[in-house]
Write a protein of this length. Sequence first.
Length: 247
Amino acid sequence: MFTVKQLSSLAGVTPRTLRHYDQIGLLKPSSIGENSYRYYGEQEALRLQQILFYRELGLPLADIKHIMGRHDFDVLAALESHKTEISKRIARLEHLVRTVDDTISYLKGQKLMDNKQIFAGFTPEEEERYTREAEQMYDPETVRESSRRWKAYGADKQKAILAEGREIYVGMVAAMPRGADSPEAQALVERWRAHMDYFWTPNLEQLLGLADSYVEDPRFRATFDAIDPKLAEFMREAVTVYVQGKK
């Protein structure tokens, strides 16, 4: 049997994520002790694995709950499907790695790159999808409004927004030696929060949830790791400091 802390550590998610899955009926503990602690068994651990596979493939929680709640849900068939999709994702990440290598060579003066090559591997659709996914555990109308807002910008504005976002993240890397609570890092978090207004306007708890996803969601993590392997954790730490300072 696993406690919330043990299972969250094993699966690489936060205890808050497990509590949320319990609240929405996606992953219930096998038992609750007299101390009110949740306990999870092997079946729950395997179910969590399936949930995380589906999250990796970009499915919203409501769809995952519907799929896994069907009486004809086949775990083996699901695993075969996951394998196929993950293979596609590996090819995508390998493309990102090549883009990072090319950029490193460019910054060292060893290779010329144009703007199209610099942003190879990144698409506006991905940034839009990631933001929608972060919202889906809160308010569906917010998701729809965000999608309408994004589509209304047009291609040139979308490019400018994405470039601004990456500028913020590169600035975060430069601020790392000064610490997450430094004025430089906190100014960048404020700028990041304002940047989110292009998509939606999150409250303080949603900011924390989004920062958590930068660390926990493999697709977010791959994008941040391509900039700096320590960026996702630093971003979460800086956002946590920011939110605590606002409360």
